[in-house]
Write a protein that binds this ligand. Structure first.
Ligand code: ADP
Length: 400
């Protein structure tokens, strides 16, 4: 049984075709630069590729190209789209409307589009892609949507409410939603399995560290709290995003620079974080290399990141009244021994002690890196959001 997983953005359409018999990826790629010009890159499991400029005025042409590269030419992996059992779509914002995956209907697409005010960059693009997909794939192929925010819908009100007037929660739906939920759900379940424990008995702090980063308290398999907020800007320092900032500093800077709300949002989302602090790069590898050479602002960026993560581990240990395991995932969490080492230093009070040799020599694979006997286990757990979307899609269509 084959499931096509689609992750659509405003100008890109990333996809993976997954064989659910063994959960292997048959092909993956990206139809990119939609609305600009167009480019397709496609790669099959046995190494055949397509890399070509195209013309993608809208998501529909991009979807047509996706179908073309999957079904025809030298890098085809299927003969017809009828071989695909279902399509699973990643959706960023489900707000309080969607707390679990659901089947795609015209009403569901409209609702996702309506939520665009809460995720301006993403939800409208998702709706465009869903409509394009519906127009291009066979009408008999079911589609499922899986929401980044859904896992966080179990947060109690005391965790998701802001101290703003209650009426604006009711009228404007301003609250913490949290993001990366599919990743936190995948890695916390994978960790419980690796530990040989029932997730219902575990208190986990899940650190997803990539270009965007979030930390989640997972108690008994449910999200209790998470560091991203109303949007993915809140929480810890990221590649180009600020993380949490005193809101008065935001109004002060906007006033001094004469920024509109949109300009201020750009400043905090695109020019801040690692990039803004270091003045070098948003990329962790470049920050780590510059810090190793003694660049003071790169060292500062590295120290800020580790310190902020440590504080979240402390806060979420308090929120859950304990912690059994801390896990690292995402591009930085899985690959950067430097970041993991900095975070786990001086955390003995929390029972966190890692085997430094093992940490330094491990990259991108499921591995316990805490010392034997340490009270709190520390793990690297590679994430795989596409696979979880495929599993959710399969589970939903199997119910029918
Ligand atoms: P996104 O949030 O866009 O999905 P990723 O999860 O791919 O991002 O993470 C990107 C980050 O991971 C970048 O800051 C990059 O420097 C970092 N990263 C990727 N590979 C390595 C590596 N081998 N060592 C250190 N950092 C890495």
């Amino acid at each position: 049984m084959l499931i096509l997983v689609v992750n659509a953005g405003s100008s890109s359409l990333k996809y993976q075709l997954i064989n659910m018999e063994d959960e292997s990826v048959l092909a993956k790629g990206n139809c990119d630069r939609i609305g600009i010009d167009g480019h397709v890159s496609h790669k099959t499991a046995d190494g055949r590729t397509v890399d070509a400029d195209c013309d993608f005025p809208t998501h529909t042409e991009a979807f047509e190209k996706l179908v073309e590269v999957l079904t025809t030419g030298d890098a085809a992996v299927i003969r017809s789209m009828d071989e695909i059992s279902a399509v699973g779509h990643r959706i960023v914002q489900g707000a309080e409307v969607f707390d679990r995956p659901c089947m795609v209907t015209p009403e569901v697409i409209d609702k996702i589009d309506e939520l665009r005010e809460l995720a301006p960059v993403h939800n409208h693009a998702h709706a465009l892609a869903l409509r394009a997909c519906t127009a291009v794939i066979p009408a008999t192929t079911p589609q499922v949507v899986v929401f980044d925010t859904a896992f966080h819908q179990t947060m109690p009100p005391k965790a998701y409410m802001f101290g703003l007037p209650y009426e604006d929660y009711e009228k404007l739906h301003v609250r913490k939603y949290g993001f990366h939920g599919t990743s936190h759900r995948f890695v916390s379940a994978a960790l419980a399995e690796a530990m040989g424990r029932d997730i219902k008995d575990l208190k986990i702090v899940s650190c997803h560290l990539g270009n965007g980063s979030s930390i989640t308290a997972v108690q008994g398999g449910k999200c209790m709290d998470t560091s991203m907020g109303f949007t993915p800007l809140d929480g810890i320092l990221m590649g180009t995003r600020t993380g949490a900032v005193d809101p008065s500093a935001v109004t002060f800077v906007a006033d001094k620079h004469g920024f509109t709300p949109d300009e201020m949002s750009q400043y905090m989302n695109k020019k801040s974080g690692f990039l803004g602090i270091s003045g070098i790069s948003s990329d962790n590898r470049e920050i780590t290399a510059a810090a190793a050479e003694g660049n003071k602002r790169a060292i500062l960026a590295s120290e800020m990141l580790a310190y902020q993560i440590q504080k979240f581990i402390g806060a979420y240990t308090a929120a859950m009244n304990g912690v059994d395991a801390v896990l690292f995932t995402g591009g930085i969490g899985e690959n950067s021994w430097e970041v993991r080492e900095r975070v786990c230093k001086n955390m003995e009070f929390f029972g966190i002690e890692i085997d430094e040799e093992l940490n330094r020599s491990t990259r991108g694979k499921l591995m316990k890196i805490s010392k034997p006997g340490a009270k709190t286990e520390v793990w690297i757990v590679p994430t795989n959001e596409e696979l979880l979307i495929a599993r959710d899609t399969l589970a939903l269509i199997s119910e029918k």
